[in-house]
Design a binder for this molecule. Structure first.
Ligand SMILES: C[S@@+](CC[C@H](N)C(=O)[O-])C[C@H]1O[C@@H](n2cnc3c(N)ncnc32)[C@H](O)[C@@H]1O
Length: 215
């Protein structure tokens, strides 16, 4: 039985998923930087939460061919595109995917792995209403010394006010809300877990990139 959020995501992506990768490359900025930053240890387990069309996972596989990659997403429509793309790239057996909610997934049951050396969210926290719960859940699945990477829409604080207002109104049509409290929430999680944190604004706050590393 699908949740109301999952049904809403499927309505959003039913048609968009076919044009998703060609359109989003112009405004989901910073994703390739995050993939470059991941640098998992040899054989490291890497999980993308809200993997969409698997665009990032395929790129991560090419960058880190000996990493063990996994993806979850709540939208069956997105997962259908992701599975088709992985099959087309011959990677379906190498990158397991699962339909699951970011706030409650059980990776041991889904993939046989409880912990990951790297976990990343790329433009998915801004679509998850209980985004702090999703972050808290992700942190519990980080292996010791593991890192959580995030890229998403930023506060836009250094953008012209009218541009920032227009951007937010446009994003809202896609159920996307920049998480203005992201840095504050990450600071709390880092303190609570004895983790190191780095947060960087990109392109005048259009996007934000963060890494939380467990001790
Ligand atoms: C803007 S897309 C980004 C997709 C991919 N990360 C990328 O960079 O191309 C956000 C993704 O998050 C997924 N998502 C939203 N809420 C979710 C949730 N609660 N649990 C898991 N995935 C979710 C959506 O279905 C969608 O595929």
């Amino acid at each position: 039985m699908q949740s109301e959020l999952a049904r809403q995501l499927d309505r959003t992506y039913r048609f968009q998923r076919h044009l998703y990768d060609v359109t989003r490359k112009y405004y989901l900025l910073g994703r390739d930087q995050v993939i470059d930053d991941l640098a998992p240890p040899p054989g490291g387990r890497v999980l993308e939460i809200g993997c969409g069309t698997a665009r990032n996972l395929i790129r991560a596989f090419r960058r880190y061919p000996d990493a063990r990659l996994f993806g979850i997403d709540l939208s069956r429509e997105m997962l259908a595109t992701a599975r088709r793309k992985l099959a087309g790239a011959g990677l379906a057996p190498r990158i397991p995917l699962a339909e699951a909610d970011a706030t409650s997934f059980d990776p041991k049951a889904l993939f046989g792995e409880a912990l990951f050396e790297r976990i990343f969210f790329a433009y998915s926290l801004s679509m998850i209403p209980p985004w702090e719960a999703a972050l808290a859940h992700a942190v519990t699945h980080l292996a010791p010394g593991g890192a959580l990477h995030i890229v998403d829409f930023g506060t836009g604080a250094s953008l012209p006010r009218v541009a920032n207002r227009g951007l937010r109104a446009w994003l809202a049509k896609f159920h996307v809300t920049p998480r203005d409290d992201l840095e504050a929430a990450l600071t709390r999680f880092a303190a609570g877990h004895g983790a190191a944190l780095s947060v960087r604004d990109l392109w005048h706050g259009y996007a934000v990139k963060a890494v939380l590393t467990r001790a």
